[in-house]
Design a protein around this ligand. Structure first.
Ligand code: MN
Length: 353
């Protein structure tokens, strides 16, 4: 069969000549032949399939460079690439949805000057850090006070100093703060912590730390998070993980490349994508409503890699006040072999007299 003019190829592929010229310029679908005199483009009928694929991938919103790569793959690999792209879009959308929900609440609260809460909320808390059963040193740090809760998991040769430094940088936030400035205050503290860790680390060292912290002001709780320490919320008997691990394994899970079961035994499950290591830091931050009766758990991976989520849920529901609950969680991790340091902060939101 002969070559098709751009008009005929456009009709057959249901794409406009304008789109075809664009795909050519972008290197996605070069014509089979370009007349050197007139500059007219001609296409092989066999190029129709690729034209349709490009059009579909454009409708999916896939970036051009990625489309180019998918077009070069055999169909089965191309199918995998599309599935992986879509899993990533959904994970990104989920985190943007959370941010949008937060902003909606945040901005509407600023609009209608918040009424004073009927009750003054406070927290009852316990913080515990344990060396575990296999390590020579404890590089985890845990802190709890009247407004601030934090856990940090240090790594590298001076990880203990790094996790202690991030807690020290957060501690001044125990002083009273206006609600609107909570996130800025946390962000500033994390930047200070990063500088402090940089001073400890010097050059070319592997030292760093994670951090997960909550700061209470009035009826608001600000959350800051970097790494694989976690925060959970027990509300009305249900358990919610409210942080998203910054690990290689979590991103493989988000992209649908491994299953949740494979994630728990993945050899690189502690490999972090983000940590406080003296370089530029981008923490996740969010504002939450403090609600009476809520219970929060902050913990290091020394708990979550050994103790299953249902077992954590059960301990949070049934072990009593914050102190015995924190002790129970540490005991569960040690009974499971205690392969790593364990840090736990348990805090209940209560009405203050
Ligand atoms: Mn750890």
């Amino acid at each position: 069969m002969g070559l098709l003019t751009i008009g005929a190829f456009a009709r057959a592929s249901l794409l406009s000549p304008k789109a075809l010229r664009l795909y050519d310029e972008l290197g996605l679908l070069p014509p089979a032949y370009v007349d050197p005199d007139s500059g007219y483009r001609f296409y092989e009928p066999a190029q129709l399939e690729r034209a349709r694929l490009v059009a579909w991938l454009r409708r999916l919103g896939m970036p051009l460079a990625r489309i180019r790569a998918v077009c070069e793959l055999p169909p089965a690999r191309a199918a995998e690439a599309v599935a992986s792209y879509w899993a990533q879009v959904e994970a990104d959308t989920a985190s943007r949805r959370d941010l949008a929900a937060f902003l909606t609440g945040y901005l509407s609260e600023r609009e209608t000057a918040m009424p004073e809460p009927a009750q003054t909320l406070g927290i009852r808390y316990a913080a515990r850090s344990d060396i575990g059963r296999c390590r020579d040193t404890n590089q985890d740090s845990a802190y709890a006070g009247a407004r601030l809760l934090a856990v940090a998991d240090g790594m590298g040769s001076r990880g203990d100093l790094a996790s202690a430094a991030v807690i020290e940088a957060l501690k001044p936030l125990e002083a009273a703060l206006p609600a609107g400035d909570l996130l800025n205050a946390l962000d500033g503290a994390i930047r200070q912590a990063s500088t402090a860790v940089g001073d400890i680390t010097g050059t070319g060292e592997d030292t760093g730390t994670t951090v997960t912290a909550l700061l209470l002001s009035g009826s608001q709780l600000a959350l800051v998070h970097i790494g694989d320490t976690r925060a959970y919320l027990l509300r009305d008997g249900e358990l919610f993980q409210i942080t998203h691990d910054h690990t290689v394994v979590q991103s493989l899970l988000d992209e649908g490349k491994i299953t949740a079961e494979e994630a728990t035994s993945h050899p690189q499950r502690s490999l972090l994508l983000r940590a406080i290591d003296g370089s530029e830091v981008t923490p996740d931050t969010s504002l939450r409503e403090a609600r009476m009766g809520d219970r929060y758990l902050l913990c290091s991976d020394g708990l979550t890699t050994v103790v299953s989520t249902p077992a954590i849920h059960e301990a949070l529901r049934s072990a009593g006040g914050p102190e015995p609950t924190a002790q129970r969680l540490i005991a569960l991790a040690n009974n499971g072999g205690g392969p790593d340091n364990i840090a736990c902060v348990v805090a209940d939101v209560v009405a203050l007299p």
